[in-house]
Every structure is written in structure tokens, then in C-alpha cells.
Design a protein around this ligand. Structure first.
Ligand code: PMT
Length: 219
């Protein structure tokens, strides 16, 4: 049983990996499966929210009662997110967004006639940072996947992006796995969620977000 903690609230969620094209058949991506973000979407819908799920490359089925928008690149994810931000109360950024894109992707398959080749990369927009810095920003929740110094790096990200809540997890434990173990970082400190299936973690996270969100709107 999940109490309807987010009844009537509009929740925007990104999930999965983005894909940056190199040529007609190749690209740059990462090993995010989308499982964590889809679990968060399902938990938010169970809690009564109207959920819009902006999904990168993943074959996962759409969770019940969620509106899904499929995107490929970080730029497409940014555009889908920016379109929905003005009508969202909460934004949860679970996606593993590629930090760079290829400057001149080739329309055709690149032939392997050279021994070495160089790709010119340019930085992608930081979707979460952009949303969090808007005057009409919804309540923003970030994730941080770190391979070392988890708390130090995650708290630095939370402060840099001005987030009321950030979910810290270790890449080695989280990426692609069915279970996860996370630490919630907010202004009150740290709160550990012990290893459990991603849906259990997502339900606990949604309860935490609902309580912080309620407090933030009462001020
Ligand atoms: O998909 P799974 O296999 O289930 O794995 C889940 C997960 C490990 C991908 C997930 O739990 C997670 O940690 N997601 C964040 C991944 C990440 O690498 O974040 P980051 O440290 O690069 O970025 C920090 C935050 O900024 C994230 O909320 C991210 O969505 C956001 N971001 C980052 C870069 C960018 N260009 N735009 C963004 O919005």
C-alpha cells in the first residue's frame, strides 16, 4: 500500500542513458539501463502524481499511468524537459546524460581507412542545473553516480546545482543492477536507504520527496 502523498502533483522525471551520434551507426552512450528512473516514475504514479517520463535509450516497458517521451541525445532530452518544466511541481533527474556530444557527426558510416582518428567533442548542456536555476524552477531532485569519494563528490554537486535533495549512489552498485543502495543528501544531513530492489528504494525516495516538498511549499 502506497499512500497518495503526491496526489494531483505533476512530476517530471528523466531516466536512462542519452546517446550522442558519431555517424550513421555509431554513438557515445553509457550503461544506464533506465531501471532506477522507471522505478521512480512508477513510485510517483503510485503516490498519485501525474508523471511525465523523459526516457533515453531503453527497452523497458512504460510504468502504469505515466506519460512517456522517448529521446536520444542530451539536446533532445533538454528540449523535452524544458517544454514540461513550466507545468511541473517536481523535477527528478535520474538520467545519466552524456557530458559531451560529437561536434560534426557524419551522416554516413565512417570508413576505417585511418589507423587513428580523432573525434571533436563539445560539452552538453547540464539539464538539471539549467532547470534548477530558472525563476520558475520546480522542486528539483538530482542523482549523483560516483565511483569514489561518494559523499564528498555528491554533496559538492548538490551545492553547486543548488538542489534541496540529491540522491548519491555508487556506479559499481547502481548502474544496470536490479537493486540499489543510496544516501539522500538534503539540508538536514544524510539519510541512508539500505540495499533493496530499485522499486523499494524509489518508494522510500518518493515519500522523502513528498515530505520535503510539502515543507517547501508551506514556507
Ligand atoms: O539506469 P540504471 O541502470 O538503473 O542506473 C541508475 C543510475 C546509476 C544512472 C542513477 O541512479 C543515477 O545515479 N543517475 C545519475 C547519473 C549521473 O551520472 O549523474 P551525474 O553525476 O553525471 O549528474 C548529476 C545530476 O545532473 C544527475 O541528476 C543528472 O541527471 C544531471 N545531469 C548531468 C549532466 C547533464 N548534462 N545534465 C543533467 O541533467
Amino acid at each position: 500500500f502506497q499512500p497518495k502523498l503526491l496526489r494531483g502533483k505533476r512530476v517530471l522525471i528523466t531516466a536512462g542513458a542519452t546517446f550522442e551520434r558519431i555517424d550513421a551507426v555509431r554513438g557515445i552512450t553509457n550503461t544506464s539501463s533506465g531501471k532506477m528512473g522507471f522505478a521512480v516514475a512508477r513510485a510517483a504514479a503510485e503516490a498519485g502524481a501525474e508523471v511525465t517520463l523523459v526516457a533515453g535509450d531503453t527497452v523497458l516497458p512504460t510504468p502504469a499511468d505515466c506519460q512517456r517521451i522517448n529521446v536520444k541525445s542530451a539536446q533532445q532530452m533538454l528540449e523535452a524537459v524544458e517544454q514540461h518544466v513550466p507545468v511541473s511541481d517536481i523535477f527528478i533527474s535520474v538520467a545519466a546524460v552524456a557530458d559531451y556530444h560529437v561536434v560534426n557527426p557524419s551522416e554516413h558510416k565512417i570508413k576505417k581507412d585511418a589507423v587513428t582518428m580523432t573525434l571533436e567533442l563539445a560539452a552538453n548542456p547540464d539539464i538539471l542545473a539549467r532547470v534548477a536555476s530558472r525563476a520558475d524552477a520546480p522542486f528539483c531532485v538530482g542523482f549523483a553516480a560516483e565511483s569514489e569519494k561518494l559523499l564528498e563528490h555528491a554533496e559538492a554537486k548538490r551545492l553547486r546545482k543548488h538542489l534541496p535533495l540529491l540522491v548519491a549512489n555508487l556506479v559499481q552498485q547502481a548502474m544496470g543492477a536490479d537493486d540499489n543502495e543510496v544516501i539522500l543528501l538534503d539540508d538536514a544531513g544524510q539519510h541512508k536507504l539500505v540495499r533493496a530492489p530499485k522499486l523499494d528504494i524509489a518508494r522510500q525516495l518518493i515519500a522523502h520527496i513528498a515530505s520535503l516538498y510539502q515543507r517547501s511549499t508551506k514556507q
